[in-house]
Design a protein around this ligand. Sequence first.
Ligand SMILES: Cc1cc2nc3c(=O)[nH]c(=O)nc-3n(C[C@H](O)[C@H](O)[C@H](O)COP(=O)(O)OP(=O)(O)OC[C@H]3O[C@@H](n4cnc5c(N)ncnc54)[C@H](O)[C@@H]3O)c2cc1C
Length: 405
Amino acid sequence: MQHSSAPAPGSTAGGPAQFEGRAQFEGRVREWFGANAPRKGSPEDFSAVHVVSARSPQEYHEQEEHAITVTRAWQRRLFDAGLAGRSWPAECGGHGAPDWQDEVVAAEQARWGVSTKMFAVALEMVPAVLFGHGTHEQRVAYLPPVLRGEHGWCQLLSEPGAGSDLASVSTRATPMDGGWSVTGQKVWTSNAGCSDYALLIARTGSREEGRAGLSCFALKMEQPGIDIRPLRQMSGAYHFNEVFLDNAFVPENGLIGGLGDGWAVLRTMLASERAAIGGGTSARSATQLVGLARQLGCSDDPGVRDLLAQAVIRERTLDLLRARIAAGHTVPAAGPTTKLLYSEHARLSADAATTILGMAVTLVDDPQSAPWIERLLFAPGLRLGGGTDEIQRNTIAERGLGLPR
Ligand SMILES: Cc1cc2nc3c(=O)[nH]c(=O)nc-3n(C[C@H](O)[C@H](O)[C@H](O)COP(=O)(O)OP(=O)(O)OC[C@H]3O[C@@H](n4cnc5c(N)ncnc54)[C@H](O)[C@@H]3O)c2cc1C
């Protein structure tokens, strides 16, 4: 990775960056990345650092720590360069710039061998939740450390008896002196072991109240009463965890939104999650498939060309849809639609890679096959995480197309 003296877009040289026009800002962002980010495919490329697999929880933990360290360092560089949270208010660590500046930075970042995916919840869902429902004090307390790459967050939503139907959450938050005592069990919590805080949905009302009995909290993960147990996936990762809560403590000011407003907060959180997954920078598998076919010398094979063309079309469709959303056009059920297209794209691209690689797809230690094996095994998970494909289809039907339940 090179280090440069290129002026950061957020620098004050030449006037405040938020008054720059789009073309000028884009130029300066491009210049900064060109001088500071590793190229995709270079030895320093860490765009896949968040994809971790290992043979034991210990080995996984070490690799996860590495991924967090690399991500923290990169996020800190973005922050120091004035590129993190461009549109966020200054008191939250941002620059008060127009939203499009964040899009410019995200689009440029996607072109380079870098990733902030280990902090996806912190950088994408926490701000949506706090700007939508949090107090000024909560924003000022929680958001600057996120932008500086200091705090990672996870989501404590799903439970053994509550996945698609989160209205059935039974983890309970009981009022106590100075705050809340939380007891219950969560499951499928991504990155629980390396997160500083969690967005927690817990029951504060009766079970009969359903959605109205839920509240959202900011929970500190390192404290007595929280037991995190990794779950092994078929890809060899321990990305998920069971989280047992036994009188874990949330201070009074950790309640996000009003008491009983958990469902509204959850909707904001899930909408931002779906948009984040659907708009994810890892949707670039068509480009990588073309590269794979060229490396293996089969890019002229008519069957392979057909698979590549389909992947390019899917990716282009997703890109155009994202561009429409970013440009402010009304796209009904935008989050569920992009999330669904993305999970299908990931699954079909992994299938295409299997065909292109042939028997080599069984060679787990082969550097060419390994990343695709990882994706192949992770693809089914993408159809579930952030709400299953069936749930996205229901939402598109009801909210996007106005069909009856
Ligand atoms: C990669 C990944 C990451 C995840 N990360 C997290 C995390 O960080 N935090 C967290 O809390 N959870 C996380 N989850 C859990 C995820 O949110 C749940 O798996 C998901 O919501 C589905 O819940 P469930 O597994 O209980 O399945 P269920 O809800 O029991 O669903 C079982 C099946 O029934 C179908 N179904 C259910 N209801 C309906 C309906 N109304 N109409 C049609 N079909 C229906 C589903 O589509 C599914 O096929 C993650 C999951 C994955 C795979």
